[in-house]
Design a binder for this molecule. Structure first.
Ligand code: IPE
Ligand code: IPE
Ligand code: MG
Length: 230
């Protein structure tokens, strides 16, 4: 791994928690719980490797289709992460931010997330961008609606970009999706235009620093041309 060309922004579709658990004869929530441990490990690995932005897909606008018990279970795990692990973010200089419509989440969770965002807003080491009740299509529609409110009629790419949740962030350099599925599932649709993709077969609870380094090595072998010649 070349320490001089570390991707600036890594985005992760953390998939496979359910299958990981079922393979072990456990329920799906057991997998989500293990998935939280992988999140923490990967955050520490990003800090160590000097990655500046890590976006994670925690709950999609389509995940409401799942049984209420699973949805509530996921929310309570996020709540736990944002409340009892405050030190992890504060001590390590991590800024927590989110993308997605938080107003549909349980009120307690909204409060703990907002408080964590406030407490970490001046940190500078790593931005952890959590996609919660997030969909790429919904994000673009929201951007367009924001622009309409300004009475603008001739919309350009920068107008859209400036109204995304990630208006002030660079696009992801590398998008990782675990679990062997080769699809985007409505994640960062506008931002992924020139991202490199990597689809490891392992399930998210098995992801760790070694896996992250492997992903970066593969990324470093890619030839990014952005439509030009190189
Ligand atoms: C990803 O794991 C986590 C969330 C969607 C919250 P899944 O729950 O989708 O696990 P699989 O894909 O069913 O194995
Ligand atoms: C994508 O995974 C969403 C998250 C990781 C939060 P899904 O498991 O929901 O995606 P599909 O249904 O396999 O496309
Ligand atoms: Mg899945």
């Amino acid at each position: 791994m070349n320490k001089n060309s570390i991707p600036n922004h890594i985005a992760i579709i953390m998939d496979g928690n359910g299958r990981w658990a079922l393979k072990r004869g456990k329920n799906r929530l057991f997998g989500h719980r293990a998935g939280v441990e992988s999140i923490k490990k990967t955050i520490m690995a990003c800090l160590d490797l000097n990655i500046k932005i890590m976006s994670i897909f925690a709950f999609s606008t389509e995940n409401w289709k799942r049984p209420k018990e699973e949805v509530d279970g996921i929310f309570s795990l996020v709540d736990k992460l944002t409340q009892s692990d405050i030190d992890l973010f504060v001590k390590n200089g991590i800024t927590v931010r989110t993308m997605g419509d938080l107003t549909k989440l349980p009120e307690g969770l909204q409060n703990s997330i907002n408080s964590l965002k406030e407490q970490t807003k001046n940190n500078t080491k790593l931005i952890l961008n959590i996609a919660l009740n997030y969909g790429g299509r919904a994000e673009i529609v929201r951007a367009v609606n924001n622009i309409i409110k300004t009475n603008k009629t001739d919309i350009n790419e920068d107008d859209i970009k400036n109204n995304l949740y990630t208006f002030d962030l660079p696009d992801p350099d590398l998008i990782i999706r675990t679990s062997g599925e080769n699809r985007i599932s409505n994640f960062m649709l506008f931002q992924c235009a020139y991202s490199e993709f990597y689809f490891p077969k392992i399930h998210w609870p098995d992801f760790n620093k070694k896996q992250l380094k492997k992903a970066i090595k593969i990324y470093q072998k890619r030839n990014r041309r952005f439509g030009g010649l190189k």
